[in-house]
Design a protein around this ligand. Structure first.
Ligand SMILES: Cc1cc2nc3c(=O)[nH]c(=O)nc-3n(C[C@H](O)[C@H](O)[C@H](O)COP(=O)(O)O)c2cc1C
Length: 168
């Protein structure tokens, strides 16, 4: 069986998760989304970082080109993994795949450190009552995200896809 694990990453978080998943799926091919030449795979697993509540632009474009395939996806995000925002991301990304006739067979996500440059911008440009401004709750979330993905997240990704591929 041919399996592709491909990822879009800006600061490396999603790549780390992709690498953990590739260890769980023997003989899988892993590559940056920009390097994918064809979609001739039995299973395509796409990783993305979250931008404005959905897949980032590169992943969006890539997913839009996948049709009638067996797929799974994973993502890293700044929000908490058990938040409504994370669930909305799952729903949004699932729809991107299913709208093109793909089957979504599984998904995984975890928190990922937010680019310090973005945090600095939000701290200095926005007031605390702005939707992205530095209020205590948000400052705590940025700080909590900063250690992710950690070893536990990577182990969870590995275990999820190890189990997934045994059932595939
Ligand atoms: C421009 C920008 C927009 C982002 N938008 C969101 C968002 O809407 N929701 C969220 O939970 N995290 C958001 N994040 C956080 C990233 O999704 C998160 O830090 C992710 O782990 C980055 O992955 P990467 O290291 O693979 O690039 C955003 C980050 C950036 C830089």
């Amino acid at each position: 069986m041919k399996t592709l694990i491909t990822y879009s990453t800006k600061t490396g978080n999603t790549k780390k998760v992709a690498e953990a998943i590739s260890k769980a799926i023997i003989n899988s091919e892993i590559m940056d989304i920009a390097d994918v030449q064809n979609l001739d795979y039995d299973l395509i697993i796409v990783g993305t970082w979250i931008d404005k509540g959905t897949a980032d632009a590169k992943a969006l474009k890539f997913i839009n080109g996948i049709k009638d395939k067996n797929t799974a996806f994973f993502f890293t995000l700044g929000a908490y993994p058990d938040s409504k925002h994370a669930q909305d991301c799952i729903d949004n990304i699932t729809k991107l795949f299913t709208d093109n006739g793909n089957k979504v067979l599984g998904h995984y996500h975890c928190q990922g450190a937010i680019d310090p440059k973005l945090i600095e911008m939000m701290r200095t440009k926005f007031s605390p009552d702005h939707p992205h401004g530095p209020n205590p709750e948000r400052i705590k979330r940025w700080s909590d995200a900063s250690t992710h993905p950690d070893q536990n997240d990577l182990d969870n990704a590995y275990n999820y896809f190890k189990n997934f591929i045994e059932r595939f």
